[in-house]
Design a protein around this ligand. Structure first.
Ligand code: FAD
Length: 461
């Protein structure tokens, strides 16, 4: 008679992209019985489309090996940020600041290392539904191409399935893990990895181009992966009726000689990115979500690999704590929320305020800001490092000149408001509630802060 296979684990990690693979790697020596599953096969691990750029700081901080060998395609020593006309350029430099990686090679290396230490990795295995018993999450039902129908049961089930949130989406709607952010909080991004006919000058510099005619609500990029291979793509804000980025690439970008001079296309694909503050809670009873599934992406530049790793590190610490205390309730897993929200989450909440404002700027405003050095290196470093827009005297002086020149005094007032709301959002997240019972009040406060902000800065949509 047919019998469904049933596996019992301490921790079941669904999705083995940057979030899930980092988590199983970090849990490899924990002594816990850990399973990781993903529907891709070994050749397509971490195959979700990406710009493939990551800051080198994420690796040591999160206890992960730096990419090397075939996984490291190009060391990044800086970035060039272009104005719409491309006459204004901000140059950001930093020796070994980042890497262009081969995602599949790096991801597979993490999984193999985890397997060596006893983690069970099930590839070609799709999680279908959560198993809810007595109102509690007990596991997931899955289908494996090799083994057929499976059941994975565990004390903690982790959703690391990316922006689709394959498990989170199917949990009971009355749980606070259910959220439905507006479409405008997402970007749809599309990229090609191409071999080029020409040699890229300074292949150790990634290029970001801000131009609302090409990438409305986002930017387009050219990230070299060596002298003649590049990852080229663009992100466009959703929910505004803008054309799909693949169409813009085909109709507009490809006409540029630096983009269109292709010898061959190595890969092309698009996907949705949550460019917003983190989800209200990353945990509930027996449940965690990390990475894009918990919206842990940087709202301004859309980079999410490093923060998926950060979330995985905090999840690891929290899982070990939960097994020590034998408490897998929302309260027992709450440490993931307090660890993430009060640090990285607070910065991302502030950047979300800035993102909402930046998406209203016109090309003329961006042009002046970049050309006149308004968005100087110092301001950019403070914004990304601390999630703060510091309006110092020299900054305000510069801004005053620009405001007079482009005849938009409203802009100055708006920027002051933006900076105040960034501080307020950061403070709210630093004071993330100590326990689940206080979550509803906190969520109400967050929602009213953002609603109030959008009214005050008159977001024109
Ligand atoms: C075009 C583009 C460019 C980007 N550029 C950058 C960049 O340059 N730098 C950067 O840091 N970030 C970038 N990002 C964002 C980055 O790709 C994501 O933030 C990051 O991949 C998130 O990792 P994750 O593990 O949370 O999710 P994912 O990478 O989406 O991984 C989720 C995994 O879950 C698996 N899965 C999904 N559903 C199921 C299921 N039901 N059962 C089993 N397995 C399942 C998938 O196969 C996948 O392997 C970009 C995104 C896009 C779309």
């Amino acid at each position: 008679m047919y019998k469904m296979r049933r596996y019992e684990y301490d921790v079941v990690v669904v999705g083995l992209g940057p979030a899930g693979a980092s988590l199983v790697y970090l849990l490899r020596s924990s002594g816990l019985k850990v399973a990781g599953l993903d529907w891709v096969d070994a050749s397509r691990v971490w195959s979700k489309p990406c710009g493939d750029a990551i800051s080198s700081s994420h690796f040591d901080k999160n206890g992960l090996p730096h990419p090397s060998g075939e996984a490291l395609m190009q060391t990044v020593n800086g970035a060039l940020v272009y104005s719409p006309s491309e006459e204004g350029v901000i140059k950001l430099t930093g020796e070994n600041a980042g890497y262009m990686i081969d995602r599949s090679k790096y991801g597979l290396m993490l999984l193999r290392e985890a397997e060596k230490r006893g983690v069970d990795v099930f590839l070609r295995t799709k999680a279908l539904n959560p198993i809810i018993e007595g109102g509690k999450l007990a596991g997931v039902k899955a289908y494996s191409i090799d083994l057929g129908e499976l059941e994975f049961r565990g004390k903690i089930i982790v959703d690391a399935t990316g922006s689709g949130g394959a498990i989170r989406r199917k949990l009971p709607r009355e749980w606070p893990t259910y959220e439905e952010p507006p479409e405008t909080d997402f970007v749809v991004a599309y990229r090609k990895i191409v071999e080029l006919k020409y040699e890229i000058d300074k292949p150790d510099y990634i290029r970001l181009y801000f131009n609302t005619d090409i990438a409305p609500g986002g930017y387009w990029w050219l990230f070299p992966k060596g002298k003649n291979i590049a990852n080229i793509g663009l992100g466009v804000q959703l929910g505004r009726g803008y054309p799909h980025p693949a169409k813009i690439y085909r109709d507009v970008l490809v006409k540029r000689p630096d983009v269109g001079s292709e010898v061959r296309v190595i890969s092309e694909a698009g996907a949705k990115i949550p460019t917003r503050r983190p989800s209200n809670t990353m945990v509930w009873d027996n449940f965690m979500s990390i990475g894009d599934s918990a919206y842990t992406v940087d709202p301004i530049h859309g980079g999410g690999m490093g923060y998926a790793m950060t979330a995985a590190r905090y999840a690891t610490e929290t899982i070990i704590e939960a097994f020590t205390n034998n408490d897998f309730t929302a309260k027992g897993l709450w440490g993931l929320n307090t660890r993430y929200m009060r640090t990285t989450g607070a910065k991302q909440a502030a950047l979300d305020i800035l993102r909402i404002f930046l998406q209203t700027l016109t090309n003329t405003e961006i042009e002046w800001a970049i050309k006149k050095g308004l968005a100087g290196v110092e301001e950019i470093t403070t914004v990304f490092g601390e999630g703060e827009l510091k309006l110092t005297t020299s900054f305000l002086d510069k801004l005053n000149i620009i405001v007079r020149l482009i005849g938009k005094p409203v802009l100055l007032a708006k920027l002051i408001t933006v900076s105040e709301y960034m501080k307020k959002a950061k403070t709210l997240y630093i004071n993330y509630p100590e326990e689940p019972s206080k979550l509803p009040v906190w969520v109400t406060n967050v929602e009213s802060l953002y609603a109030d902000y959008e009214k005050t800065v008159e977001i024109p949509f």
